[in-house]
Design a protein around this ligand. Sequence first.
Ligand SMILES: [Zn+2]
Length: 264
Amino acid sequence: MTSEINNKKQLCEIGKRIYDKGFVAANDGNLSIRISENQFLITPTGVSKGFMTPEMILKVDRHGNVLEGDWKPTSEMKMHLLVYKERPEINAVVHVHPPYATAFAIAGIPLDQAIMPESVVFLGTIPVAEYGTPSTEEIPAAIKKYVHNHQGVLLENHGALTWGNSLDHAFYLMESLEFNAKINWLAKQINGDRELSQRKVAELLSIKTKMGIRGVSPLGAETIEEINAKKITPALERSLSEFDINLIVERVTKNILDSLNNKD
Ligand SMILES: [Zn+2]
């Protein structure tokens, strides 16, 4: 089992990575690790996560009482503790404000499109948890309904939260979440955010099931068995995207203009 000091060092290391990647500005963001059933290491408030040292890390219990440490824990501790309470197998939580994902959170748009195979298999869908005032019970209450069936959420008008079986896992999920939001945004700029067909998503879900990965995917199901139980027809192809419609409008317009020009 990893020693407490190594866990603290890892929190500092991941803190540096979220800062260097631009996932947070100034003193934003917070990270935590479960070290026993009811004890957690968590980052302090009012400190840049890019420049933390192990002695700044706090040890708290499941009620948020500080057991060890001279600093003040993050004011957003309640949402970390909610995740640990609801998902006993979860060992780490990452909360940051990555620009693309936060833009989706501000627009209120979930990351639920099947645009890339990796995101369907490893990330699943990321819903938007309704806005809550930071540090109040509103945010944990909003997260509660999504925490069991997803690997992370967008926090409306705020940022993003991921949870995993290790700090590396939770961080990689956050990296994938932000990457997915960025690619989604870029594809939208060229009207090309075309989705994979339901048949292709169903194939990916069978891979996901074999790998034992949890979390709802774009067809609204977690496993291939659920797809079958819901009798989702895998042969359905994607509906017309905006890209197709623009192309059709362009061609029809050209045909009409051509026929008008040829009239006399
Ligand atoms: Zn925040």
